[in-house]
Design a protein around this ligand. Sequence first.
Ligand code: ZN
Length: 183
Amino acid sequence: MNALTELKRRARTSATPATPATHAPRESPESQESQESQGVKAENRRFLPLVAPVGIQEALESLRRERERLLAIATAGQIDLDQVHRLHDLDVAGCVGLDERQLAAFLSMLEESAERHAGQVPAGHTAAVHCARCGPVWLHPDIADVLPVVDGWPRVLGCPWCFVRKAGGTIPRPSLTSASGGV
Ligand SMILES: [Zn+2]
């Protein structure tokens, strides 16, 4: 996951500058790349994890700030704060660098997903669409508007309800006559 890569990168970036000071290789000015100094450098690399906690602390502080930002955005958007509390740290790390509009959209999608798994149609999802795997489902009109229409039904090969179906959840169905042309 990108978030994990980001965490590792930060830990590595923060730890690296401290290395020469804490494990300075014993290099003589005239033989900087002697076999001995190279051996010491290789040894230093092996001990990098010993100085990594400084980077990890910074990463944890960054995660705490990012989660607080998400909570503030959720509060402003009247989104259930549990959506933020339930987020894994790696998902929170993946939010670093996104603007407030993007985060609000992300949280809104999380809430809609939770509603679907509870068997509820998200507010405003009033378009009857035919999913190749789920059959008739309710999606947002903005999505339905860009889908190809066959026999009166906007068609899609997979949809957000697919995850609910796979989990054995309940899918509220539009009637077979809900599409503009019926079937
Ligand atoms: Zn589906």
